[in-house]
Write a protein that binds this ligand. Structure first.
Ligand code: TYD
Ligand code: MG
Length: 468
């Protein structure tokens, strides 16, 4: 029951949901410009409207020993890539937000997930506020489905949705999308910050109370015309982003927040004529189309969460025709590239300051790991001297400011992955190699440990320099 309700307007930042009494040009919370919009809010005094939605009746605090330690059950998603990103499957009662650009395949992914779960005998309700039931039917026909307890609903009223979910208590609910939902409690238009937050909160309470794992679709637009999923990130348990890998050939599912697992994991998918297919061995995909006997390309092995992944690093170096040399970094940090170039010039004696330098991680991957350094140096060196690096060679290692090659974590996993794909020679930090002595004896590949980037020069040009 609402008493003394009074309508007034406040301003919200469309990016982060910051609330302010007056309009501002720049958001003090997320520093984005021109993102404030005015929305009506209903301030209630007396018993607040949200008061009726409390998780549980008031309880006394308990000690850890009193809390029942049940072995955590998780639903299998039917996609090993998705399950890994979620931290080993879907936690019952969890709220997961899937964000991504329009047309990336969010609805397809969640429909396939719904079909998979229904096929394994779970009860699923898929609620769409965007598409008609016929459109969903067309998509379902494309991805192929069998009969299971999977039901569809076209609805945008969140009160009616929560009522239905409370009655039906499915194990999984999909809401496509949160921006199309509206709540009678809030007065602004669907897609506005207040509405999105209100609806997400209502769905969160419904999910927790009834133990319904709920997936929300959230749009991100460059203009931020609809409330971005960032407003929701605080409310949900897990945030997944679905994005394209560069050329658009495959899709990468990343987790930005996860209360039930690591956020470093990624899942790789490919969009085909019958929906999304998971790419279980992305290393092969990353390396497909690699030029043979070309200079300026090397292969490295980087960790994406717990999974090692081989990637091709390309470098191109050309004498500059302008006063200011151009530097471009695709897939890696621009400042890190500049740092590595300075190290190459100063410690490696390679005159790069008068050259344009381009570095690209093939396949459109974005890498933030320092283990990439040595491969970048190798690619630039190979391009500069126009010497192709042997195809069966991979290199990884962090490079420090004095040109030293520093150890990186999980060297063993990287070596194993490279070996699986037939690489016979690995150039790695000497400190890693020393620690790996026992393991090294087991691999058939030749392991070359280096201490300094200068040692790389001889290795790449083929003449065997100092080694193990
Ligand atoms: P969709 O899941 O609707 O994207 P989102 O919900 O993120 O906006 O689908 C995205 C695109 O995928 C759409 O342009 C059509 C394409 N697609 C395929 O190529 N194959 C398929 O089997 C399906 C279902 C979609
Ligand atoms: Mg969609």
């Amino acid at each position: 029951m609402r008493t003394n309700s009074k309508t007034e307007t406040v301003f919200f930042c469309k990016e982060c949901g910051y609330e302010s009494k007056k309009w501002m040009g720049q958001c003090p919370a997320c520093h984005s410009w021109n993102t404030f919009c005015e929305e009506p809010v209903t301030k209630t005094t007396g018993s607040p409207a949200s008061g009726k939605r409390s998780l549980q009746p008031a309880q006394r605090p308990v000690t850890l020993r009193e809390i029942e330690a049940s072995s955590e059950e998780r639903y299998d998603t039917g996609f090993s890539e998705l399950s890994r990103v979620l931290g080993g499957g879907i936690v019952p009662g969890s709220l997961v937000l899937v964000g991504g650009d329009p047309g990336i395949g969010k609805s397809t992914l969640l429909l396939q997930l719904a079909v998979n779960l229904a096929e394994s005998g779970r009860r699923v309700i898929y609620i769409s506020g965007e598409e008609s039931l016929r459109q969903i039917r067309l998509r379902a026909d494309r991805i192929g489905h069998t009969e299971g307890d999977l039901r569809f609903l076209s609805e945008t009223n969140v009160e009616r949705i929560t009522e239905l979910l409370e009655k039906e208590k499915p194990e999984l609910a999909v809401i496509d999308s949160i921006q199309t939902m509206f709540s009678q409690e809030a007065q602004s238009a669907p897609g506005s910050v207040t509405q999105v937050r209100e609806c997400a909160q209502a769905l969160m309470f419904c999910a927790k109370q009834n133990n319904i794992a709920t997936f929300l679709v959230g749009h991100v637009t460059k203009e931020g015309t609809v409330a971005g999923p960032r407003v929701l990130e605080h409310i949900v348990d897990t945030v997944l982003y679905f994005e394209t890998g560069g050329s658009g050939a495959f899709r990468i599912l990343r987790s930005a927040k996860n209360r039930f697992g690591s956020t470093n994991e990624i899942g790789v998918f490919e969009m085909g004529s019958a929906g999304l297919r998971e790419v279980v061995n992305p290393s092969e995909l990353m390396l497909s189309g690699r030029p043979k006997h070309a200079s300026g390309t090397v292969v490295t092995c980087l960790m994406e969460g717990t999974r090692p992944m081989l990637m091709e690093v390309q470098g191109l170096i050309a004498e500059t025709s302008l006063g200011m040399p151009r530097r471009q970094a695709y897939g890696m940090d621009y400042n890190r590239l500049n740092l590595l170039l300075a190290v190459l010039e100063k410690r490696g004696g390679l005159p790069v300051s008068r050259c344009d330098v381009y570095v690209n991680i093939a396949g459109g991957m974005r890498v933030g790991e320092p283990a990439l350094d040595l491969a970048v140096i190798g690619a630039i060196l190979s391009s500069c001297r126009d010497i192709p690096v042997d195809e069966g060679t991979i290199l990884f290692g962090e490079v420090g400011l004095s040109g030293e090659v520093r150890a990186v974590p999980q060297a063993q996993e990287r070596i194993r992955e490279a070996e699986k794909l037939g690489f016979q020679r690995m150039i790695l930090p000497l400190h890693n190699l020393m620690r790996l002595e026992k393991e090294a004896a087991k691999t058939k590949a030749e392991l070359v440990g280096i201490r300094n980037i200068r040692e790389l020069y001889g290795l790449l040009s083929g003449s065997e320099a100092s080694g193990t």
